[in-house]
Structure formats: structure tokens, C-alpha cells
Unconditional design. Structure first.
Length: 152
């Protein structure tokens, strides 16, 4: 019988976590069929650790192992007085999927957004990410927004 949850600690990423975080970051890119340059990855990592940036990363720890991560940022909006919180990236290792790790990571971001008095927490996912959508449909509303992109 598969466990329905595992004990995890969700906390902000630490500088010493890089070697345990990077394999998950690469698997995340593989899942979405993208390749983010090492230069961008290192810049992003630095942003997580710089208190002056509004870009954050939290990890899910099970014992000493990182089994998931979430990244998020705050930004102003024309639709509200207070900032919005955008959950940009969420990844859980295949072994930890279905064990409520993703939910706990999202709830961590939700708590941070509430502390910042954000007007909204939102995220996107690919149409093909059906396992992720199962979780998202369970804990959030789907507003029917379609995203378009234009190359710059």
C-alpha cells in the first residue's frame, strides 16, 4: 500500500541547498521541454538568496533530501491595490508525487502571500500537465484564462 503523505518541512531555500536543488531544477525543465541557460539559472539562484529581490524559492525537505520546490514572486497589478503573488515554478520528485508535497508547497506560498497582504495568488500550467491539474482543481479555482505569448 502506498503512503498517502510523507512528513516534509517546507522552508525557504538556503545557499547550501544548491547541489540538492539543481537536479530537481533540471528535471523540471525536462518535464516542460525547456532549457534554461546556466547563466539564467545562476542569476535566478542568486535572486532567491538576495533579500532585495522579490523572487523566492522554498523547498520541501524529507529528512535531508529535497523532494520538491516552489518559486514565487510578488508584483503590482492594475487590478488591485495590493500586489499579486505569482507561483512561477512547482516541482515534486516522482517518488513524492501524490503524497501531498505539492499541496504543502502551494500552501506555503499561500501563507507567504497572505503575510504580504497580496490581493491574489495565481499560477499557470501546461494543458498537458494532467497530474498537476488534478491537484490544482482540488485546491484552487480555474478562471478560464488563456495565455498568449509574443516573441521579443
Amino acid at each position: 500500500m502506498k503512503k498517502s503523505y510523507i512528513s516534509v518541512l517546507i522552508e525557504p531555500v538556503h545557499a547550501a541547498d544548491y547541489e540538492r536543488w539543481i537536479p530537481l531544477w533540471l528535471k523540471y525543465q525536462e518535464f516542460y521541454k525547456v532549457s534554461i541557460s546556466e547563466e539564467t539559472t545562476l542569476l535566478t539562484w542568486g535572486r532567491f538568496l538576495n533579500n532585495n529581490d522579490k523572487v523566492y524559492c522554498a523547498v520541501a525537505r524529507s529528512s535531508e533530501e529535497i523532494v520538491g520546490f516552489v518559486t514565487y514572486l510578488y508584483h503590482p497589478s492594475t487590478w488591485a491595490i495590493n500586489d499579486f503573488c505569482y507561483l512561477e515554478d512547482l516541482y515534486v520528485t516522482p517518488e513524492a508525487r501524490g503524497l501531498h508535497v505539492g499541496r504543502k508547497l502551494i500552501e506555503f506560498v499561500q501563507a507567504q502571500a497572505r503575510k504580504q497582504e497580496c490581493a491574489r495568488l495565481y499560477w499557470h500550467t501546461q494543458e498537458t500537465n494532467l497530474p498537476g491539474q488534478k491537484l490544482y482543481d482540488w485546491i484552487a479555482e480555474k478562471p478560464g484564462v488563456i495565455e498568449y505569448r509574443m516573441p521579443l
